[in-house]
Design a protein around this ligand. Structure first.
Ligand code: FES
Ligand code: MG
Length: 572
C-alpha cells in the first residue's frame, strides 16, 4: 500500500483521503485492517483502486445486466493491475419513481459525486444507462473531477410480434394512443404489454437513454461503438472489461472529466443530438453536465446549429428503426463521419485520441437506410428548435423532427390546465370545451414544483377528439416529454409558471401564437391585463422538508439544466 508517511507522493489506492486527527498512520492502519477483513491479499491492497459505481437495482429493469457488467469491469481492472471495488449508488429507472425520475437526477448526481470524493479511489467506472443515470454520473464526474469512464448497459433488443417489431417506448405510446382511440381492444393491448420490453437494457429507440449514450461517447467518456452495442450482446461485456482496463490506464495518464468537457466538445455533442433527432431531455442534461464546469449551452446557439445540422438517423421516434439497427448500420462512428466538416475534430477522449482519430478507426460499412448520407438526409435541418417570445422569455423547445409541420404556424385559442391534477381530472371529460384547432396548455409542472418536471408535456389528445381521429394538437408546458414521444409539443417553457413566468398568467380562452418559422411563442394578451393577473398571482407554497424542500429552494430552470444552484461552480 502506498503510504504518504514514507513518500512525498500524494497517497494512492486505499491510502487516499485517510482521516488525519493528528495520527494519520492510525487511520490508515485501521482502514487496512478492515480492508483485510474482506480477504484481499497484501499484493491486492497495494494496487491502485478503481471504484465501480454499481447501479444494479431491483427497481431498475434497464440495468438488469449490471451484476455481470460489474464482474466484467472487475476482470478488466484486475488484468490491468488495479483493485476493483464496486459500490452502490442511487439508481433511477423511469417507470418506478414518484413523482418522476427527473426529480431525483440531482440527488443521484449529489450521491455519486459525494462517494467519488469520499471513498479512496484513483479512478472510477460509472455503470449507468437508464435516462437520468448517465447525466447524473457525468455531472458527478465533472464535479468530482477524478478520471472516470462511463459504461452504459446498452439498449434492449426489439421483439418480433405479429408481423412487426416492438420496443419500448415509442411503440408503447403508439399502441396506447390507438387503444384510447378505440382502435385496439383490451385483449390486444394486454398482449402488447408483454412484448414491448423483453430483454435487459435501455429503451430500444433514440430516446433519452440512447441519446445520452451517444452524447457521452461523443464527449469522449467511452468508445464510440459503446453507445449502441446491445445490452445482451457479448461485445457489451468486452466493453465492460475494456472500461476497467482504461480506468487503470487513466491513473498513470490521467485525463480528467473537465479536460474533455469543453465548449468545443459540448458543441459536438449538440450537433450529434440534432443529427440523431435525439431526445429533448438530453438538452437539459447536457446543459447540466456542461454547467458543472462553467460551459454554457445557449438556446440561440442551439437554434443556429439546428439550421445547419441535418437529421441523418432514421430511428424511432422520429423515423423507423431501432437501436439495434443503428448499431448494425455503423453506429455513432458512421454518423460522426457524415458530420465531419461540422465538428471540432481536435477534441480529445479519455484515451487522449482526437475525434478525428476516433472516427478514422473501425469498419467503413454504413447502412444508408438507417444512417443517411448528407445529400439525402431524413430532414435537412436539425431535430430541435428553440422558441422565444412573451410566453417564454427565457426560451422553450420544440422537437420539430417529431412534430406535425402543418401545425408549425398556429394562432389559436388555448385550453389551460392548472397542473397535473387538473389535467387528469378534465382532459377526458366529455364536457370539456375543446376543438382540434385549440392549443392545450399545462402549467405548474416545471422543475420547481413538487411534480419535479415530469414527462407530462405529451398531453393526451382529449379522448373525444382522439376518437374522432385527431392525432396531434399543439401542446405547451413547462415540463418535459419522453425522448420516445412525438407530437407538436412545446416543452421546457422558461421561466416556469411556479417561478412566476408568464405561463402562470395564461388562462383558457387566451390566444397563443406559435411560429416555428419565426421561432416565436407569444401570449396574445394585453400587457395591462397581464399586469392585473400578475398582481393576483401567488407563488406555490414551499414543501415542508427534505429533498423536495431543497429542490424547491435550489433548482434552476430548464434552460440552465435544472441543476441545483449550489452545485454549479458559481454556487461555490
Ligand atoms: Fe430505462 Fe427507458 S425506462 S431507458
Ligand atoms: Mg425516457
Amino acid at each position: 500500500m502506498d503510504d504518504a508517511t514514507s513518500s512525498n507522493q500524494p497517497p494512492r489506492g486505499l491510502g487516499r483521503n485517510a482521516a488525519n486527527y493528528g495520527d494519520r498512520d492510525f487511520a490508515l492502519y485501521l482502514r487496512r485492517s478492515f480492508a483485510k477483513s474482506m480477504g484481499y491479499s497484501q499484493a491486492m491492497l497495494d494496487r491502485p483502486v478503481i471504484g465501480i459505481a454499481d447501479t444494479g437495482s431491483d427497481f431498475n429493469n434497464c440495468h438488469r445486466t449490471a451484476p455481470e457488467l460489474v464482474e466484467a469491469v472487475k476482470r478488466g481492472v484486475l488484468a490491468a493491475g488495479g483493485l476493483p471495488l464496486a459500490f452502490p449508488t442511487v439508481s433511477l429507472c423511469e417507470p418506478f419513481l414518484h413523482p418522476c425520475s427527473m426529480h431525483y437526477r440531482n440527488l443521484m448526481a449529489l450521491d455519486t459525486e459525494a462517494l467519488l470524493r469520499a471513498q479512496p479511489m484513483d479512478s472510477a467506472v460509472l455503470v449507468g444507462g437508464c435516462d437520468k443515470t448517465v447525466p447524473a454520473q457525468l455531472m458527478a464526474a465533472v464535479s468530482a473531477d477524478i478520471p472516470a469512464v462511463q459504461l452504459v448497459v446498452g439498449p434492449m433488443l426489439a421483439t418480433r410480434f405479429e408481423g412487426e417489431r416492438l420496443s419500448a417506448c415509442t411503440d408503447c405510446r403508439r399502441y396506447w394512443a390507438r387503444y384510447r382511440a378505440g382502435e385496439v381492444d383490451a385483449a390486444r393491448i394486454g398482449r402488447i404489454e408483454g412484448n414491448l420490453a423483453t430483454t435487459a437494457g435501455t429503451c430500444g429507440v433514440m430516446g433519452t437513454a440512447s441519446t445520452m449514450a451517444c452524447l457521452a461517447a461523443t464527449l469522449g467518456f467511452m468508445p464510440l461503438e459503446a453507445a449502441s452495442v446491445p445490452a445482451v450482446h457479448a461485445d457489451r461485456l468486452r466493453l465492460a472489461e475494456e472500461a476497467g482496463a482504461l480506468a487503470v490506464r487513466l491513473i498513470a495518464q490521467p485525463v480528467r472529466p473537465r479536460e474533455i468537457v469543453t465548449p468545443e466538445s459540448v458543441e459536438n455533442a449538440l450537433r450529434v443530438l440534432l443529427a440523431l433527432g435525439g431526445s429533448t431531455n438530453a438538452l437539459i442534461h447536457l446543459t447540466a453536465i456542461a454547467g458543472r464546469c462553467g460551459v454554457k449551452v445557449d438556446l440561440r446557439r442551439l437554434d443556429a446549429l439546428s439550421e445547419e445540422t441535418p437529421v441523418l438517423v432514421d430511428l424511432k421516434p422520429t423515423g423507423e428503426g431501432y437501436m439495434e439497427d443503428f448499431h448494425a448500420a455503423g453506429g455513432l462512428r458512421a454518423l460522426l463521419r457524415e458530420l465531419r466538416d461540422l465538428l471540432h475534430l481536435g477534441c480529445k477522449d479519455l484515451y487522449g485520441r482526437t475525434l478525428e482519430q476516433r472516427i478514422a478507426e473501425g469498419p467503413e460499412f454504413v447502412d444508408r437506410a438507417i444512417i443517411r448520407a448528407r445529400a439525402e438526409p431524413v430532414s435537412p435541418v436539425g431535430g430541435l428548435v428553440a422558441l422565444f417570445g412573451s410566453l417564454a422569455p427565457a426560451g422553450a423547445i420544440l422537437k420539430r423532427s417529431a412534430a406535425t409541420p402543418a401545425l408549425f404556424e398556429t394562432e389559436a385559442r388555448c385550453v389551460v390546465f392548472d397542473g397535473l391534477e387538473d389535467l387528469a381530472a378534465r382532459i377526458d371529460d366529455e364536457a370539456l370545451d375543446v376543438t382540434p384547432r385549440d392549443i392545450l396548455v399545462l402549467k405548474n409542472a416545471g422543475p420547481r414544483t413538487p411534480a419535479g418536471m415530469p414527462e407530462a408535456g405529451y398531453l393526451p389528445i382529449p379522448r373525444k377528439l382522439a376518437r374522432a381521429g385527431v392525432k396531434d394538437m399543439v401542446r405547451i408546458s413547462d415540463c418535459r416529454m419522453s425522448g420516445t414521444a412525438f407530437g407538436t409539443i412545446v416543452l421546457h417553457v422558461a421561466p416556469e409558471a411556479a417561478a412566476g413566468g408568464p405561463l402562470a398568467l395564461a388562462r383558457t380562452g387566451d390566444r397563443i401564437r406559435l411560429s416555428v418559422r419565426e421561432r416565436r411563442l407569444d401570449l396574445l394578451v394585453e400587457e395591462s391585463e397581464l399586469a392585473r393577473r400578475r398582481e393576483e398571482w401567488r407563488p406555490p407554497p414551499a414543501p415542508a422538508r427534505g429533498w423536495d424542500r431543497l429542490v424547491h429552494e435550489q433548482v434552476l430552470q430548464a434552460t440552465e439544466g435544472a441543476d441545483l444552484a449550489f452545485l454549479r461552480p458559481e454556487g461555490r
